[in-house]
Design a protein around this ligand. Structure first.
Ligand code: ADP
Ligand code: ASP
Ligand code: MG
Length: 440
């Protein structure tokens, strides 16, 4: 059984949804198809939630009406029979009625998650109507019945496995399953989600849970590129890479994959393939245990990084100092991305401001603190790059005019990270494209 996940742009237009229906029926292998919300929908739902949170109900009402219009137009072009159209109309009416009811309830974070879940619920239900109209036998599996996270927002892979297997067993006569990406239940039994871009994570978790033959991530580009195509003009797809390389790139900013989406596939040895819905014949990127080749594969940038420097002469020849510092970050469940130390100072970076004030308060007794916000991590990723000849010369040679705040080298054999001021991000990505990949 294989997994095929289609992102927002892949289902964002009626003709694209038709194309998805074709792609999933091309071969006879059993499959679970994971769908995102139509492109733009989750952003619109975030907007609706924000308006309700601010008490701007009239504004929220207008936003809901606008989104509903979009869906009404969508199904007019999606479906051709009256029966299917009426069914889809009923689905839209039901979900938008729900949103309009929410308008009258006082806002809470859990209500907001209910709002955000409407996108994937709508896309899968409408797709199911399309398949039905085309006579394609399938079963819609509600993700909320098997996808769950614990009190620390970590997916409960054991429980996902058990529940999903039960659902598949109950429908053993079916060969094609459709389910929602992104949404799940949390430890309180409420509707929740796997964070923005989380449908990739859903696909990988399902792939791991059923030990799929392959997890295909279908999107709007022909695989992982060597640089961020939103920022740099000339980029090229990478044919093959290892789980380690892909995980580093996803974590350090390559938006094509959700940051956590690689580990389930890696742990359960499920190959991942990145493919282009708009160009299905393109090779895309194959991600397995094997890197394919040695050397630099890609660069990526992670934004909104905060650097904290703790300076103290008490660090000199002392032990246990770092442990005490790390404990503060552990207490506030805030991951550290980069770290460098000297005999009297340590600098580390985090990507979340959520507990910054509390963290700084607890770090104060350890020394003087300096905080730099608006930083960006630039990661150079590849197989065994730290052993690649000339890498340092090429890397620093191509960015000689850009100040680098911090360097992390040797922590992983697949990654060299630089911390730079956010304003230099575009320049550094462009210069690295030329200097390291010969692409201008
Ligand atoms: P989907 O909606 O299918 O999940 P996303 O928008 O989340 O698609 O991810 C695909 C986008 O990721 C591409 O359109 C591209 O602009 C962006 N992207 C950023 N970095 C990379 C990269 N290194 N390689 C490929 N795409 C990238
Ligand atoms: N629809 C969600 C988002 O836009 C999840 C996803 O597309 O992966 O973030
Ligand atoms: Mg995505």
């Amino acid at each position: 059984m294989k997994i095929m996940k289609f992102g927002g742009t892949s289902v964002g237009k009626p003709e694209r949804m038709h194309q998805v229906a074709q792609l999933i029926t091309k071969d006879s292998e059993d499959k679970i198809v994971v769908l995102s919300a139509l492109s733009g929908t989750t952003n619109a739902l975030v907007g609706i939630g924000d308006s309700i949170a601010k008490g701007e109900r009239e504004q929220a009402k207008q936003q809901i009406a606008e989104l509903e219009k979009h869906y009404q137009a969508f199904i007019r072009d999606l479906l051709s029979t009256d029966t299917a159209y009426e069914k889809a109309k009923g689905i839209i009416a039901e979900h938008f009625e729900f949103l309009n009811i929410i308008l009258k309830i006082s806002f809470s974070e859990s209500l907001n998650k209910d709002i955000l879940a409407q996108g994937e619920l709508l896309s899968t239900k409408l797709f199911s109507v399309l398949l039905e109209e085309q006579g394609i036998d399938h079963k819609l599996l509600p993700a909320l019945e098997f996808m769950s996270i614990d009190a620390y927002d970590e997916p409960q892979i054991g429980s996902i496995k058990v529940k999903l297997s039960q659902l598949l067993k109950q429908n053993s006569d079916k060969k094609l399953f459709i389910t929602q990406g992104y949404i799940c239940k949390n430890s309180r039994g409420e509707v929740d989600n796997l964070k923005r871009g989380g449908s990739d994570y859903t696909a990988s978790l399902i792939g791991a849970a059923i030990k799929a033959t392959v997890c295909e991530i279908w999107t709007d580009i022909d695989g992982m590129h060597n640089n961020d195509p939103r920022i740099v003009k000339k980029t090229r797809p990478i044919e093959q890479m290892s789980f380690d390389e892909a995980a580093e790139l996803a974590y350090f900013g390559a938006k094509i994959l959700h940051p956590a989406s690689i580990w389930p596939a890696q742990f359960y040895k499920v190959p991942v393939r990145l493919l282009n819905t708009m160009q299905p014949e393109a090779k895309g990127t194959l991600i397995t245990e094997h890197a394919g080749s040695v050397g630099v594969k890609a660069v990526a940038a992670k934004d909104n990084i905060i650097a904290i420097r703790i300076k103290s002469s008490r660090m000199l020849l002392a032990y246990g100092f770092l442990r005490k510092i790390f404990e503060v970050f552990e207490k506030y469940r805030t991951p550290i991305d980069m770290i460098t130390t000297s005999e009297v100072a340590v600098t580390l970076t985090i990507d979340s401001k959520e507990h910054l004030r509390d963290i700084l308060k607890e770090l104060e007794p350890f020394g003087s603190l300096e905080v730099d916000e608006n930083q960006t991590i630039i990661s150079v990723v590849g197989n065994e790059i730290s052993q690649t000849e000339d890498i340092i010369k090429k890397l620093f040679g191509s960015i000689i005019n850009i100040p680098v705040r911090m360097v992390s080298y040797g922590g992983s054999p697949h990654n060299i990270s630089l911390l730079v001021s956010a304003e230099n991000k575009t320049r550094i990505l462009q210069q690295l494209n030329k200097g390291m990949f010969g692409l201008d």
